[in-house]
Write a protein that binds this ligand. Structure first.
Ligand SMILES: [Zn+2]
Length: 129
């Protein structure tokens, strides 16, 4: 479960703009703040400076940059939020059930048989004898 949490419940960095699978909201630019950097230090290649702030430490001034690494971020994998992920997952399962597909909550679960039985009962009910 912890592995799945790490794999599916975290932000995803993408090289281009994408939309949330549920609400279609666009991914945001991946913008972050660097550590304090000295006058002779250079920013890593490929970062676009959004703004910077100079901070005086005694006799030297260090600079903190807010940068964009040209990547985009989606907060929860393919979704902008946990809420969107849950809405999408529930809609998807309901659609599968409506089409008579069986879904098991987990590989060893009995859920699929329950759904399957309900589906068969409905088929019998609608059958013209
Ligand atoms: Zn969303």
């Amino acid at each position: 479960m912890e592995d799945e949490n790490r794999k599916y419940n975290q932000e995803k960095l993408i090289s281009h703009e994408v939309r949330c699978y549920n609400c279609q909201k666009l991914s945001k630019k991946h913008i972050f703040t660097t550590r304090l950097m000295g006058p002779n230090e250079n920013l890593p290649y490929g970062l676009e400076v959004i703004k910077y702030e100079d901070i005086r430490l005694g006799t030297i001034t260090k600079r903190k940059y807010t940068v964009w690494d040209k990547k985009y971020v989606m907060n929860k994998g393919f979704f902008c939020s946990s809420k969107c992920g849950v809405i999408y997952a529930n809609k998807h399962i309901e659609n599968l059930q409506r089409r008579g597909k069986t879904i098991s909550p987990n590989p060893n679960g009995g859920g699929s048989r329950v759904v399957d039985m309900n589906h068969k009962l409905n088929q019998l009910k609608d059958k013209k004898w």
